[in-house]
Design a protein around this ligand. Structure first.
Ligand SMILES: [Ca+2]
Ligand SMILES: [Ca+2]
Ligand SMILES: [Ca+2]
Ligand SMILES: [Ca+2]
Length: 391
């Protein structure tokens, strides 16, 4: 994904937030002043688009088109209908685009599993009812002073109204922009965050360099169903860095040399471009993050990346207390995780043994202790400790 770019300045009391002037435009679509207000909306959207210099002509077009929708120039916005995240995300289109792109929708929403301030604050919402696909979406807050972003906390269930669905660089976004008269409700607090989905590295393949076009491309968009969901890959090592549009990607390989791309740009514990755990050759028992698409064919980029969010997403084998080293302090985690059934199959436990009742441990809790990556934590995983630390 692109690095955050400088946004237009929205200082309190000076420049008004994007689209504020036309805030009633679409909401008035059924009122007598419909045409006038919609035209105002078109103008406002165009002004709004013009201020989004990072998005250029494309954003200007979609914002104006969104307002034009209410004039009947295109399919009508979904007014009043409440959509689930999976309904917005699900698609069979070859380019992976949402069928609701360009429309203003309401969304049942989901649990906040990620927050990223950047230059345009955003949430990542996941619906726990859809753990295997189409279950997550990113939401950007364009309304200064970003109250939705500020109010929503990890574990809150957030419901959204009058949000513009936009495909941007291959990722589906719900845009909270004043021109569409958006609102939100925090339905509940303290919901468990849905566990990341375990995926094989081969499921989320890295792009391949095309020397003819001098660009990087994935073969297809078959993994569209995972977009914006949190995923986990296991038993991976860093084999390349400084990749991608923003030179912030690194490449992981599994023992079978399947490869995937990762970035730390949302990682709250990163100290620079990368998290300090990341280095060439570094092996991780598991890496977890938000799965994001970045596609900009005009610049010859088309790839997916796992965006880590904190240190715990970079599970160094044996580092039970997630402090970056392996020592006697990590043993307590091993003891916590060693309960549970054994995994005897070659493919291991999926889901991992410790996540099953009655243990019910979070997926990430023991990944760093599963040193042989077979889905359980047992005495075979302890061998390295015994050798290394004399347990
Ligand atoms: Ca996509
Ligand atoms: Ca999508
Ligand atoms: Ca440690
Ligand atoms: Ca194991």
């Amino acid at each position: 994904m692109r690095k955050p770019k400088p946004s237009h300045t929205v200082a309190q009391g000076s420049v008004r937030p994007v689209g504020e002037q036309g805030s009633a435009a679409l909401g008035d679509a059924t009122l007598p002043h419909r045409s006038v207000s919609v035209l105002k909306g078109v103008a406002a959207a165009m002004r709004a688009g013009a201020r989004r210099e990072a998005r250029g002509r494309w954003a200007l077009g979609t914002a104006a088109v969104a307002a034009l929708l209410a004039l009947g120039a295109a399919p009508s916005p979904v007014v009043g209908q409440m959509l689930r995240i999976d309904q917005i995300q699900y698609t069979t289109a070859g380019d992976g685009g949402s069928p609701y792109a360009g429309q203003v929708v309401n969304c049942d929403g989901g649990v906040v599993v990620g927050k990223f301030a950047g230059t345009r604050p955003r949430l990542v919402l996941q619906d726990p009812g859809y753990p295997h696909g189409w279950g997550a979406i990113q939401v950007k807050d364009w309304v200064y002073p970003y109250q939705m972003y500020t109010d929503a906390q990890i574990g809150d269930w957030v419901k959204l109204y009058n949000m513009m669905v936009e495909e941007f660089r291959g990722t589906t976004l719900l845009q909270r922009q004043s021109v569409y008269n958006p609102s939100y409700t925090i339905v509940s607090h303290g919901n468990p965050t849905p566990p990341p989905k375990l995926v094989a590295v081969s499921t989320v393949p890295a792009p391949v360099y095309d020397p003819v076009r001098d660009g990087w491309f994935v073969a297809d968009h078959a993994v569209e169903y995972l977009e914006s969901m949190r995923v986990t890959v296991r038993d991976v090592s860093v084999v390349a860095i400084d990749l991608g549009k923003a030179y912030d990607n690194y490449e992981l390989t599994d023992p079978l040399e399947h490869r995937c791309w990762v970035s730390d740009y949302m990682n709250v514990d990163a100290t620079g471009v990368y998290h300090p755990f990341v280095a060439m050759g570094r092996h991780f028992c598991a890496v977890t993050g938000v799965f994001e698409q970045y596609t900009n064919l005009s610049e010859d980029w088309d790839y997916y990346q796992i965006i880590t969010q904190s240190s715990v997403d970079l599970a160094l084998c044996g580092d039970g207390d997630v402090d970056g080293d392996r020592d006697v302090d990590d043993w307590a985690r091993f003891v916590e995780c060693v309960t549970g059934p054994m995994c005897e199959g070659e493919a291991g436990c999926d889901p991992p043994a410790w996540t099953l009742p009655p243990w019910n441990r979070g997926l990430q809790d023991c990944l760093m202790m599963d040193r042989d990556a077979d889905g359980d934590v047992d005495l075979r995983d302890a061998a390295g400790y015994q050798r290394g630390f004399g347990f």
